[in-house]
Design a protein around this ligand. Structure first.
Ligand SMILES: [Zn+2]
Length: 474
């Protein structure tokens, strides 16, 4: 199967294909098309959870959802449209999200992202460090920019956050949100007290465009391309992470499926690039920007699973959701089970508190008019700024040293006081620079710090409304 050449279809032929017969649920395939036609169709549910589960079993290309109106949008061809009808789904063509037009050219391609990042670095050399964090499958550079006062020097005393855009190539608003983070921080440094404080006290990494190869396909071949550029089918990078890879029917083993997980965990170079970056910088928080559906999604992805510290992870997610007016929940609560995702891997491997934010609504779709950019990025400042604020909120941060050297290999066992006894809460893998940062709710905690080259150390401390700094010399 070759990539669907959506650009070949004009809006006129699209309309002749699906309307008005689609409204009557009987699409007549047109034989003169060489390739299957694609459309965005809307599936209307009566019972959201039940029918969404059934829809997910089909591994169709679910573009987005509208929780309030109990509907899902799917990118499908004629045959899939008829299949949905046969299975009894209430399906109709969604005229509001015509996909033929392609993105507004003001959205960015990989070369433009690179130029913009270079410009930011040239304008703010002391506040930024530009890094090629790796190469894509086709050899394109994947860039990230670090924003921090004295950006060239790493400090274990500064907590790290990561914001990344575009795991999925067609979701063109993600890079715009990421670029707005960069611009907002850099241009307001020294002018706005909060922003100056964040840039002074934090290492903020922003990777605006992760799936550079896929985005190249969006601009040149198929504006509905989602996956990376593996052969002619692509792998869904966000089903390719090693944690619980392929474990709960939250991805597909069929290579043409939009949620194809690849041949093995972390088989894709892009996946490895993200894993290496996270391993190196060890963020406290992460946001991966996607579109669309107006959701804040937190781990875990498989049905019924939650994080150990869900009282913290889900609370912060819901706080961001209420600031944005988005629905917050796990993937299985809001959409369907997802396995092999970035957020599950980041959480499980390094206890990052990670979120997926699906910006824009089903009215906007993947590639809204560029006039939608300003309200979207402005709204989304509420969420990433909430995380930067939360770094100073309840939690314990410290650096572990022994014989005046930072300890690179250690674990922190966290227990929380419940009545008169401490009960196990979570385990945190210490960072290679000796630092640790455990985000908590207020309460009494016991920390047990242990590692192969250090003597076990136990600390009891109360956590209040602001962060407790606890440097430990062994
Ligand atoms: Zn996505």
């Amino acid at each position: 199967m070759i990539r669907l050449q959506n650009a070949l279809f004009s809006a006129a032929c699209f309309l002749s294909l699906i309307s008005p017969s689609a409204q009557a649920h009987s699409v007549t395939p047109l034989s003169h098309f060489q390739m299957p036609s694609t459309m965005i169709a809307r599936v209307q549910f009566k019972n959201y959870k039940l029918e969404m589960g059934k829809l997910n079993q089909l591994h169709l290309d679910v573009a987005g959802i509208d929780i309030k109106n109990k509907s899902a949008d799917v990118v499908i061809n004629d045959a899939e449209f008829r299949k949905l009808q046969e299975l009894g789904f209430d399906v109709s063509v969604s005229m509001s999200t015509l996909l033929m037009r392609g993105p507004d050219t003001q959205y960015k391609n990989p070369a433009e992202i690179e130029t913009l990042l270079n410009d930011f670095h040239a304008r703010f050399p002391d506040l930024t460090q530009l890094k090629e964090v790796g190469k894509s499958l086709q050899g394109r550079s994947i860039w990230a920019i670090k924003i921090s006062a004295q950006a060239n020097i790493h400090s274990p005393n500064k907590p790290v956050v990561l914001f990344n855009g575009m795991h999925h190539a067609r979701e063109v608003m993600g890079p715009e949100v990421a670029l707005d983070i960069i611009e907002t921080l850099l241009t307001n440094y020294g002018k706005n007290n909060k922003i100056t404080h964040w840039v002074d006290s934090t290492e903020i990494w922003v990777m605006p465009m992760f799936n550079v190869d896929g985005n190249n396909i969006v601009w040149n071949e198929d504006n509905m391309w989602r996956k990376n550029a593996r052969d002619n089918f692509g792998v869904d990078i966000n089903r390719n992470y090693p944690y619980a890879w392929g474990s709960c029917n939250g991805s597909s083993a069929f290579k043409h499926a939009q949620d194809y997980r690849g041949t093995a965990p972390a088989s894709e170079p892009e996946t490895k690039v993200m894993m290496n970056l996270v391993k190196e910088i060890r963020p406290v928080f992460d946001i991966s920007y996607h579109s669309y559906s107006e959701l804040v999604i937190y781990p875990m992805g498989c049905d019924g699973k939650r994080t150990q510290n869900a009282d913290v992870v889900e609370k912060i997610g819901k706080e961001m959701g209420s600031k944005l007016g988005y629905t917050a929940g796990t993937a299985w609560e809001t959409l369907y089970s997802v396995d092999g995702s970035d957020i599950d891997w980041m959480y499980s491997e390094y206890q990052v508190i990670p979120y997926v934010i699906e910006v824009n609504s089903s009215k906007d779709g993947f590639q809204p008019d560029y006039s939608k950019r300003a309200p979207t990025v402005e709204l989304n400042r509420q969420a990433w700024q909430h995380l930067l604020d939360r770094l100073d909120g309840p939690g314990i941060r410290g650096v572990v040293t022994a014989k005046n050297k930072n300890v690179s290999d250690f674990n922190v066992k966290v227990q929380k006081k419940n009545g008169t006894v401490f009960v196990d809460y979570m385990n945190y893998k210490g960072n290679a620079d000796g630092s640790f940062h455990v985000v908590l709710n207020p309460g009494d905690y016991k920390l047990t710090i242990s590692g192969p080259s250090i003597q076990t150390n136990i600390q009891e401390t109360s956590v209040g409304q602001s962060r407790t700094d606890l440097n430990i010399n062994l």
